[in-house]
Design a protein around this ligand. Structure first.
Ligand code: NAD
Length: 551
């Protein structure tokens, strides 16, 4: 009988499939479930509350079996974590096509999703969980680092030295926050209800110390701030209790955000519930739990607004906590902005987004060689140099060694083609996979996050991610996915992803050039269409064709 067991991707150059495209999909599926990578691998949960890589263990086994026999002109179809068919296609076609968590508009809410999930008909795919390109906390570290750097640039003269950031959530993605703040030379107090989350981040060197209690946390934070020394402090407790308490006591906080799993009310611990009772309570009474979780989120957000009123820089980091607080009746929930309109949109206009790659050899030296290649390819990009250097020194690999950095239109294809050459000439020990988060410049419709407050009001138009997926299929990506929900929850986003394998062949080079040009190209055209000047300049300078601007 098939059931939970430890999963780890193979390393090295021996294939258990009929080719590297299939091998890459298999290894990345397994890598997502590696106990070093996944938050709850026994439940197939990779990150983000309930984001899964496979619907159930039987489906996982069937996907492994199918990938091991899949031919170069075949494509496996995956419907919410279950392989439902194999079709004859051609060698330019993706080897895997995935659609996860999609529901028809009027049905796209958590209640209906849970009902269908309980019937075994669907699963939550998050962004990179169900599309097999999660690379552990590093994946989000770079984006979080960039965001805090943008906060520093906007409000604190380019550095977080001498400031205290208060946040909550040290899970799969939220665990990147302490290191992202200290990489910007700041002090962070990070609240989590789960002692294991705190210990794990300390073990992985993403978090520096654990405080005994609130008083101790504040004392450590103020001392470090005054000495202008970076320090991150884990604090055990419920954010909906601790934030209001800190606000009432006048805690000297400069920046506030949050990365609890607020997008899923069943993954946010309500005040008055013991952490140990959380799972049983959520399973027994989901409706009652949801109501209490939303009430607590309203209290939490009210405290965040209080800090904003007191002068702190406050932003939503894309977990829907404002939307949930509003559902609980808190009317100032949207008083502070989301991080995309506040800091990231200008980057999206240039087609910039989270480019990432993983070494199928399993060898860290392959990533170090690609790091070096990136520094040579982009000598003028200072922030990229700073990031790659710090990442090389401080990032602990989880599962297959991997790297991420933000690259734009005209850059990603250059990097991808170079990587493919490095596989071809034997510089690297084995092929690489090149992919990205679904959180990218032209691949998401998400009115509370990536497309919040678009210039032309097109926040909820979801044609863009569908076009993005289709153009990636047409360009030769190795696997392509369309998901619903992601980090902001059911009914709130539609997004697409692609992963392309650099196996050193000429064909892979051709595919990489198209995919890694067209995929970020979607970001440029999406923002030109919405009326952003920066995107128009990028399109003009770099030759992106926009029919409505021709003739
Ligand atoms: P996760 O489920 O792995 O971790 C969530 C953490 O929150 C857990 O450690 C949990 O113990 C803690 N938590 C739950 N309720 C709490 C409470 N009341 N007080 C304090 N801690 C509490 O999730 P994750 O992968 O870290 O993601 C967290 C959220 O952040 C998601 O909603 C995700 O979509 C969002 N996010 C968005 C972006 C983005 O937009 N760029 C990036 C990262 C994360």
């Amino acid at each position: 009988m098939s059931g939970p067991r430890p999963v780890r991707a193979a390393r090295g150059t021996e294939l258990s499939t009929l080719g590297w495209q299939q091998e890459a999909a298999l290894r990345m599926l397994q890598n997502n479930l590696d106990p070093e990578v996944a938050e709850h691998p026994d439940k197939l949960v990779v990150y983000g509350g309930t984001g899964k890589a496979a619907r159930d263990w039987r489906s996982y086994d069937a996907m492994v079996r199918t990938l091991q026999t899949l031919k170069q002109d075949e494509t496996m179809l995956v419907q919410s974590g279950r392989p439902v068919g194999v079709m004859q296609t051609h060698e330019w076609a993706p080897r895997v096509l995935l659609a996860n968590s999609n529901l028809v508009g009027d049905w796209a809410n958590w209640e209906e999703f849970r009902r269908l999930e309980n019937l075994g008909l669907t699963m939550y795919g998050q962004m990179t969980a169900g599309s097999w390109i999660y690379i552990g906390t590093q994946g989000i570290l770079q984006g979080t680092y960039e965001t805090f750097a943008a906060v520093a640039a906007k409000k604190f003269n380019g550095t977080l030295a001498g400031t205290i950031t208060l946040t909550a959530g040290l899970g799969g993605m939220g665990g990147a926050q302490p290191l992202a703040v200290t990489m910007n030379d700041g002090v962070a107090i990070c609240v989590d209800v789960d002692p294991r989350a705190i210990d794990r981040r300390i073990e992985h060197r993403y978090l520096d110390v654990k405080a005994n209690d609130l008083r101790h946390a504040l004392q450590l934070a103020v001392e470090a701030r005054d000495a202008r020394k970076p320090l991150s402090i884990g604090l055990l407790g419920n954010a909906a209790e601790l934030l209001p308490q800190m606000l009432a006591e006048g805690a000297p906080i400069d920046i506030v955000t949050d990365q609890t799993s607020a997008h899923d009310p069943l993954a946010y611990l309500p005040v008055g519930v013991d952490f140990d009772d959380m799972a049983a309570y959520a399973a027994k009474d989901p409706a009652g739990f949801t109501t209490r979780a939303r009430e607590s989120m309203a209290t939490h957000v009210e405290a965040m607004v209080g800090f904003m009123d007191a002068g702190a820089e406050v932003f939503d980091y894309g977990n829907s906590i404002r939307g949930e607080a509003q559902l609980a009746g808190y009317d100032r929930a949207f008083a502070f902005p989301g991080f995309v309109p506040a800091y990231i949109r200008p980057l999206f206009c240039e087609g910039k987004g989270p480019f990432r790659w993983a070494a199928l050899s399993g060898e860290a030296s392959d990533i170090h060689k690609t790091d070096k290649a990136m520094l040579e390819l982009f000598p003028e990009n200072e922030s990229l140099h700073r990031w790659i250097k710090m990442a090389g020194e401080r990032v602990h690999f989880q599962g297959l060694p991997a790297r991420i950095c933000w690259l734009g239109y005209g850059e990603r294809d250059k990097a991808g083609e170079r990587f493919n050459e490095m596989v071809a000439d034997g510089t690297l020990a084995a092929p690489l996979v090149i992919g990205r988060d679904h959180l990218d410049c032209g691949s998401v419709a998400s009115p509370y996050r990536e497309t919040e407050a678009m210039l032309d009001g097109s926040d909820a138009i979801a044609d863009w991610p569908l076009l993005n997926a289709m153009v990636n299929v047409a360009s030769g990506a190795s696997w392509v996915s369309i998901h619903h929900g992601g980090g902001v929850g059911m009914g709130r986003s539609i997004h697409a992803g692609q992963v392309t394998v650099a196996d050193g062949t000429k064909l892979a080079g051709e595919k990489i050039r198209r995919v890694l040009t067209n995929d970020p190209g979607m970001g440029v055209i999406r923002h030109v269409d919405a009326g952003y000047d920066i995107a128009e300049t990028v399109a003009d300078e770099r030759g992106v064709r926009i029919p409505m601007r021709e003739g």
